[in-house]
Design a protein around this ligand. Sequence first.
Ligand code: 3H9
Length: 700
Amino acid sequence: MTDPVTLTRTGNIGLICIDNPPVNALSFAVRRGLVSCITQADADSKIDAVVIWADGRTFPAGADITEFDRPPIEPALVDVCDHIEGCSKPVIAALHGTVLGGGFEVALGSHFRIAAPGTRFGFPEVLIGILPAAGGSQRMPRITGAGPALDLMIKGSPINLEKVVALGLVDRVSLGDLKEDALNYAAEILVDKIPIRRVSERSDGFADQAAYTAAIEATRSKMLAANSPLFAPMRILECIEAAAEMPYPEGRILEYEKIRACVEHPQHAALVHAFFAERKSVKFPEAGRAKPRNLAKIGVIGGGTMGAGITVAALDAGLEVIMVERDAQSIARGKENVAKVYQRHVDKGRITAEKMDAVMARYTPATGYELLGDVDLVIEAVFEEMSVKKTVFTALDKVLKPGAVMASNTSFLDINEIASVTSRPDDVIGLHFFSPANIMRLLEIVIPDKVSDETVATGLALAKMMRKTPVRSGVCDGFIGNRMIAKYGDVASHLVEEGASPYQVDAAVREFGYPIGPFQMSDLAGGDIGWAVRKRHAKTRDPKARYVPIADRLCENGWFGQKTGRGYYIYENGSRVGTQDPEVLAIIDAERARAGITPRSFTNAEIVDRYLAAMINEGADIVHEGIASCPSDVDVIKVYGYAFPRFRGGPMKYADMIGLDKVLATIHKMAEQDPMFWVASPLLVDLVAKGKNFDSLNKG
Ligand code: 3H9
């Protein structure tokens, strides 16, 4: 294996080059190489200054996350950064790409920093439940003070070069070839005899001590008020607070103690799982077998909330869009739905009016299919009814050019049946967006029986253009996400029928980490949506299956949730925050009495156990049936589309963490009460029998 870090010499400047694709992560060999090259350069009398440069697309994007679950190997990254800083000759970091986490810390360990335009900087450690622990939490505030460091490290989102320069974190912007400019900068430092500036010895960031303390206290109060369940952010704050209170050598010890606590916390493992799950989900087998077709112009059928959201996502991706509605009035509304998204951007100063005009110039409204003859792909987002979908696909089949991809945004219906009305089922695919489609990152790509690899690869290419997180799903009622929600939604209603109030169920689910509970969600989405689905299923529902009619009673009263001012909660004067409704509780009482149920009390833990056991069991069945390719895909769907708390990794990861035997025990216990509803998934039973977990199915 070749060394990923090398030292060469250009004149009297040593050039350390890191070459560890894809993102130059600071794995063991890179750390060892950096230490060794700095030592060599320091000892080499022909070298007077050193440039650290990285080949490929980026300066190191951080520590190597794949190493986190292995025993640590020396040298630790913090020692590498200190070693760089300790070099007796000027060290210049030449930065490009995404300078993140440990990469940023290597840069701050260097004495000078030069960066190429477009470089992004950040400390995303918090997103994997840890903190910058290679001296970053101690060095950055020494330059910037507390505010910017708190902001960057607690949010975890990257910032651009302009901001970094303004904060004093980068000394020079390269306007030509970065490597050459860095070498010239090093030469200049030598000629001008600019003294070495070690960040760990600086204190300019602490000059305004009052401002420093105020920033810490303001952030602490905000965090305590928000009552966030996340573990790492408060540890980050403690590190930044300590930076001003102790010399660097002590600060880095504290930083080490804090990261140890983070690493041992279950949130870290869950968040690392979420990180890799997201990257795994995009790897569809079809993409390896076929190339995507060209995508420049697409059609969207329907201008409602979904159609307009998809249109905005497509326009944002740089595509031309033809939106089709059935008549002049509907298309006018569709156009308005699209325009108002951009108008809001203009009003908030995010884009100029000219930019909005330029984007809208790529949008064409239409009331017929005639203009769709040359589009590369069509997404149908019409009413969720099989006959309506079939009419649309029959019409599209007549006008689309050969090779145009025909996608349905259905969230429940059988795409094989939709494809069957066309002469080209190989071009038909499901692209299930989540509302608001221009914001939600999840895209379920549903794979019907006859779809071609090329069509799937094109769907994936669209997801990439739209910056979506795509997950592969087989065809079944509700696909992965909605099929699961149907199951645990039933459990929520069972719990209410048995004695919990909807408000307690919501509170228990929020306590687990969801932003809102299932009944708040129903009020937000509109109770009529679930009602329509239940009516559709009524004909095929087994009369012996448990059915809780409480939601129907509310809908019969016209209480559909926020949009009608009343659902499970009351929403006074258009408020989006509901208050509890005694009349709802009375309806629930009446329904319990009708069902002959004597209500009992539940603990929040009992509610969550049952709710999640149903979710996990359905997820296991979905994997068992091959609808999901692996358990981590189920996790991605739930985290990105259904607000499952990311810090718990997803339902399948959560199950692994609490123990599958515990989940199975809950299911068996519930089956004693309702054996028809609670059937343990064969996959879950099998894994428990073999002492394995869901993660064992994620490999490969
Ligand atoms: C840290 O630094 C801790 C320190 O403070 C101190 C500790 C003591 N490690 O996302 P992509 C892989 S914590 C290992 O598809 P993009 C990724 O899995 C770290 N692997 O590309 C994928 O592999 P594959 C702080 C990594 O262009 C491939 O690279 N840093 C790492 O859309 C391409 O990734 C972070 O948290 C890594 N650090 O986005 C940065 N990063 O092809 C995390 C990526 O086999 N990374 N890979 O699936 C990112 O945010 C994005 O990957 C990045 C590129 C923006 C860099």
